[in-house]
Design a binder for this molecule. Structure first.
Ligand SMILES: C[S@@+](CC[C@H](N)C(=O)[O-])C[C@H]1O[C@@H](n2cnc3c(N)ncnc32)[C@H](O)[C@@H]1O
Length: 206
């Protein structure tokens, strides 16, 4: 477990719902609901955080939600308890998951690959536990190719990284570098907040 990352997010957990909770979550919820509506089979969700995403999950699913931070998971517990389906919480670093290879039909992420320390290695770790041909659905914020937003995100990134997420990552490029094929990108706010739908190579392709 990466202790530095764990400590950073344990500390962020205390005020997380105040900063990221109410306004932004309300705004993003319809887009998350659309993305998560395709859930089926055994689903891995990364990262649970304080459980704000759980209200956007369709009922009746079999979901394992992981997070590196015990502080985040403690806050997520009561939200998980109200989910109408199977929702298991596990403290786990994406870089060191103990799941067997190809154990999940689908994987979803939400504002996660701004935070995972080594995004390409983290995405490769997801590929290992996803079945061949399985779906990766991501709700993420990234850097921007639009002036002046890209520049602003680059300037603000060192401070943001210190407190929590990185805000200028090229997550689409990271997804492809990890060996997924991107099928669809939907911009939700400018080219910064978006959903990315991708697929792991099928057996014949690996
Ligand atoms: C910006 S928060 C997003 C949480 C939640 N999905 C949401 O949208 O409210 C990023 C989360 O990623 C988790 N995280 C960061 N690095 C991780 C890692 N290596 N493995 C698992 N979780 C990690 C943090 O603990 C934190 O809860």
């Amino acid at each position: 477990m990466n202790e530095k990352t764990q400590r950073k997010w344990d500390s962020a957990a205390k005020l997380y719902d105040l900063t990221g909770g109410f306004g932004p979550e309300k705004r993003w919820q319809p887009h998350k609901q659309r993305l998560f509506s395709g859930m089926y089979g055994k689903v891995l969700f990364l990262a649970a955080g304080t459980g704000l995403d759980f209200a956007s999950f369709p009922p009746g699913q079999d979901i394992t939600a992981i997070d590196i931070s015990a502080g985040m998971l403690e806050k997520a517990k009561p939200r998980a308890a109200t989910y109408q389906g199977e929702l298991q919480l596990r403290q786990m670093d994406v870089h060191k998951m103990d799941f067997q290879t190809a154990s999940f039909d689908q994987i979803y992420t939400s504002c996660t690959f701004c935070s995972v320390p080594d995004p390409v290695a983290g995405l490769q770790a997801l590929r290992r536990v996803l079945k061949p041909g399985g779906r990766l659905g991501m709700f993420e914020h990234t850097g921007s190719r639009t002036f002046p937003f890209g520049l602003m995100l680059n300037v603000m990134n060192p401070l943001c990284r210190h407190l929590g997420p990185e805000i200028n990552r090229d997550t689409e490029a990271n997804v492809e570098a990890a060996g997924f094929a991107i099928e669809k990108i939907t911009n939700v706010y400018l080219d910064v907040v978006k959903t990315i739908e991708a697929r792991a190579p099928s057996d014949e392709q690996t």
